[in-house]
Design a protein around this ligand. Structure first.
Ligand SMILES: [Zn+2]
Length: 198
């Protein structure tokens, strides 16, 4: 069970907001007894940090059903900084990108025919996302309507999200819908959830 993660990505926070917001969310999770302030790197395989907060006494309140008493979840890593996040086994590309202006969908990975990205189609997104992670701004021109659309507004579908703040729950049982709703309320932003295996 140790190498599974569930991730909550804040898809609205800016790079500037992410740090203070992360601190506020950690305070809240600690006050709810879901994590402690003890740090550990055990079982943490997040992309940009190698430590997380140890689970708190009441961690089971955040998960579905009644957790098995023998279950010992791992740390919760908090990732601050503009980054793209992938679920599952971690493809580096989105399967598709849908333009929010004209709704045209650009296919990047042509499942189930192919399992690799069309590099031609993905290149402008790769470059736009790289510019965004560096500067906070990056756009891609829609191949259909021609509009220049910020990378944060393209719809990449499930399993690929851009965000400046993310929370990786390592080795936790599935988080409950009520906890996720509460989490979003505290955050005050839209989120996307991923799960996967390291
Ligand atoms: Zn378009």
């Amino acid at each position: 069970m140790g190498d599974y993660f569930e991730r909550i990505v804040d898809v609205e926070a800016t790079g500037e907001e992410a740090g203070p917001l992360a601190e506020r969310m950690v305070d809240w999770l600690v006050s709810e007894g879901l994590i402690t302030r003890e740090m550990s790197g055990e079982g943490v395989y997040s992309t940009t940090v190698d430590e997380g907060y140890e689970p708190g006494r009441d961690w089971a309140r955040a998960v579905q059903g009644s957790a098995e008493t023998w279950w010992q979840p791992g740390p919760v890593a908090v990732l601050v900084g503009r980054e793209y996040h992938v679920g599952g086994q971690g493809q580096d590309e989105a399967a598709s990108a849908t333009c929010p202006r004209c709704d045209a969908k650009t296919v990047i990975i042509d499942y189930p025919e192919k399992f690799e990205a069309d590099e031609e189609a993905w290149r402008p997104f790769r470059e736009g996302i790289a510019a965004w992670t560096e500067t906070g701004e990056g756009s891609v021109a829609c191949p259909v309507c021609g509009a220049s659309v910020p990378v944060t507004e393209w719809r990449f579908g499930s399993g690929f999200a851009l965000g400046a703040l993310a929370f990786d729950f390592w080795g936790w049982p599935p988080l409950s819908d009520s906890f996720l709703a509460e989490f979003r309320r505290e955050l005050g932003h839209r989120t996307e959830e991923h799960s996967g295996k390291f």
